[in-house]
Design a protein around this ligand. Structure first.
Ligand SMILES: [Zn+2]
Length: 150
């Protein structure tokens, strides 16, 4: 019974399962998945309540926030696409993954406040938090919401 339970995705906030809409990337390299987990842990210093999955997206698409999951944001990241773009931008993969997750979290915050997705503000929010990364603490997220104009 326990193993069957583990197969059921979802959380106490909603039962959305990202695999309903996206293909999970079960072939991503261990190195990529480890980087994703490390970055996820870092971001959970700001916001504990979200989940992130490695998924397969069209070329050039880095991440998605699944609309309607703002009670516990469900985020998908295409690690191969991230890696390709990071090489092009000459930035570490961890920066690409972190700013992508933060960008998608911005969309979840916009969603939770009934606002439509604003790409420019989401991007500003992600890079603002990336720039002050060394000073992250419990109140950083709250203090940074002004960037999203919410
Ligand atoms: Zn976006």
């Amino acid at each position: 019974m326990k193993t069957e339970y583990k197969k059921i995705r979802g959380n106490k906030y909603h039962n959305y399962d990202i695999s309903w809409d996206y293909e999970l990337d079960n072939r991503a390299s261990k190195n990529l998945v480890n980087t994703l987990h490390r970055v996820e842990k870092q971001i959970k210093k700001l916001l504990t309540n979200f989940e992130v999955y490695a998924i397969i997206l069209p070329s050039g698409c880095l991440g998605v926030y699944c609309n309607g999951t703002s009670s516990c944001p469900t985020i998908g990241i295409d690690l191969e696409n991230c890696l390709k773009d990071c090489k092009g931008w000459k930035v570490p993969l961890s920066v690409g993954i972190r700013t992508t997750i933060l960008h998608e979290l911005a969309h979840s915050l916009q969603d939770s406040r009934g606002k439509s997705a604003n790409e420019d503000l989401a991007e500003d929010f992600a890079w603002h938090l990336e720039k002050i990364k060394s000073k992250w603490n419990k109140s950083t997220l709250r203090k940074s919401l002004y960037v999203l104009e919410i």
